[in-house]
Write a protein that binds this ligand. Structure first.
Ligand code: DQA
Length: 147
């Protein structure tokens, strides 16, 4: 199973950015964890981070050519982007929405996800473990061919 993890805007600042909300692990730390977890279940994972909405859309459009599933933390674009929602709807491989924090417990503008209705599922509030759980779920989905 091949997976792609896409991190959107401001996630390059992980570890430095609002550590009381997002924790002290850097994006590199999170990637190491996720890579180890993926390897432990026989999956290969590649990583992308971008601050650009356009780049997230391009990565999603291209993903089916090289991977079986996508883990997406779209950052604040989660709450605003219909274009990312359309890109997810346009591809047939499963996409899992992840968040480090639990947006439902935060400011009202974070309570709505434009992508919620087109993703395979959402995992939020477990810090870096949200990504690990998403990887485990995707690997099982892909192996069972549930889409
Ligand atoms: C986030 C939650 C979003 O509301 C926020 O804009 C982020 C990070 C999270 O991982 O908790 O950038 O997606």
């Amino acid at each position: 199973v091949r997976l792609l993890v896409i991190d959107g805007p401001n996630l390059n600042l992980l570890g430095v950015r609002e550590p009381t909300v997002y924790g002290t692990e850097t994006l590199e730390d999170v990637r190491r964890r996720v890579g180890e977890r993926a390897a432990s279940v026989g999956a290969a994972v590649t990583f992308e981070q971008t601050n650009s909405e356009a780049r997230v859309i391009e990565l999603l459009q291209r993903a089916p050519r090289s991977v079986d599933g996508v883990v997406l933390n779209a950052g604040a674009l989660t709450h605003t982007s219909y274009a990312i929602a359309d890109a997810i709807a346009a591809i047939t491989i499963p996409v899992v929405e992840v968040h480090l924090s639990n947006p439902a417990a935060r400011e009202p503008f974070r309570h709505r996800s434009t992508i919620a209705r087109v993703v395979a599922g959402s995992i939020a509030g477990f810090g870096p473990r949200s990504y690990e759980l998403a990887v485990l779920a995707l690997v099982e989905m892909v192996r069972e061919r549930v889409r």
